[in-house]
Design a protein around this ligand. Structure first.
Ligand code: KIV
Ligand code: NA
Length: 276
């Protein structure tokens, strides 16, 4: 069965946890889809994990479309949600609508995600009215890294926690179909999840959320850089890959690879004639 905004809403009602992973390419998206993931998030985190930037601020609409297209080709049953990158929706509602449209038309996304609360509610409402579902994103919103002074937990004091609750209620009212809660205290995320009728998708926000999302490279150990506390490593593929690359180098140098079984044959007679 295909995952949609409707099935995701039903999962919240049924207390069936929503599973989301980031994906940036066809092959990985296909594997996640086959494993039964509910949604694939083409996150602007691709700027960091795929393109090697220090933050997500340099990611362009063209970057997002390029990766979204690839993920969409690999998605069968999973819903594809693609991030609106930094400055593609903040300037105006018109920009937001136009760029959300591009992510659907060109990137083949089923929904878009943007960061922020009350300040982006006009955008959420306009995009939703154009029949493009919007996932909101609160707490540690990485596009605000410079305003936050780094990647840090959000909503720990009374004022900040209250503000996140108000923002969550506001994005729901504006029409968002779900909201990502990133790096907020678990009890606050649990409280927000009980206050909202739309699903919450947590990352570093504890088990009280209606669903979870993780960055693919973090949960597979493929990203060499700093790994946040919440990024459980389910496997260390990075180490396996490094070992395989090392073996390839060694076996190529010592002549063990390629072996006979990896090669194609030709009649010796032909070779003899060629040598003459
Ligand atoms: O870009 C991303 O990967 C995200 C998730 C961490 C929610 O926005
Ligand atoms: Na993102």
């Amino acid at each position: 069965m295909k995952n949609t905004v409707i099935s995701m809403q039903q999962q919240k009602i049924d207390k069936d946890k929503i599973t989301v992973l980031t994906a940036y390419d066809y092959s990985t998206a296909k594997l996640m889809d086959q494993a039964g993931i509910n949604a694939l998030l083409v996150g602007d985190s691709l700027g960091m994990v795929m393109l090697g930037y220090e933050d997500t601020l340099s990611v362009t609409m063209d970057d997002m479309i390029h990766h979204s297209k690839a993920v969409a080709r690999g998605a069968g049953q999973a819903m594809v949600v693609t991030d609106l990158p930094f400055m593609s929706y903040q300037v105006s509602v018109q920009d937001a609508l136009y760029n959300a449209g591009r992510l659907v038309k060109e990137g083949r996304a089923h929904a878009v995600k943007l960061e922020g609360g009350e300040e982006v509610c006009p955008q959420i409402s306009a995009i939703t009215q154009a029949a493009i579902p919007v996932m909101a994103h609160l707490g540690l919103t990485p596009q605000s890294v410079n305003a936050f002074g780094g990647f840090k937990v959000q909503g720990r004091d009374l004022d900040a926690a209250w503000k996140i609750i108000q923002s969550a209620l506001a994005v729901e009212k504006a029409g968002a179909f779900a909201v990502v809660l990133e790096c907020v205290p678990a009890k606050l995320a649990g409280l927000i999840s009980s206050l909202l009728s739309i699903p919450t998708i947590g990352i570093g926000a504890g088990a009280g959320c209606d669903g979870q999302v993780l960055v693919y490279q973090d949960m597979t150990g493929m990203y060499g850089g700093h790994s946040p506390k919440f990024a459980k490593k389910f496997v260390d593929i990075g180490e396996h890959m490094k070992a395989a690359f090392g073996q390839y180098i060694q076996q190529t140098k010592n002549g063990e690879f390629p072996a006979l079984e990896h090669t194609f044959t030709i009649d010796d007679e032909i070779i003899e004639k060629l040598k003459q």
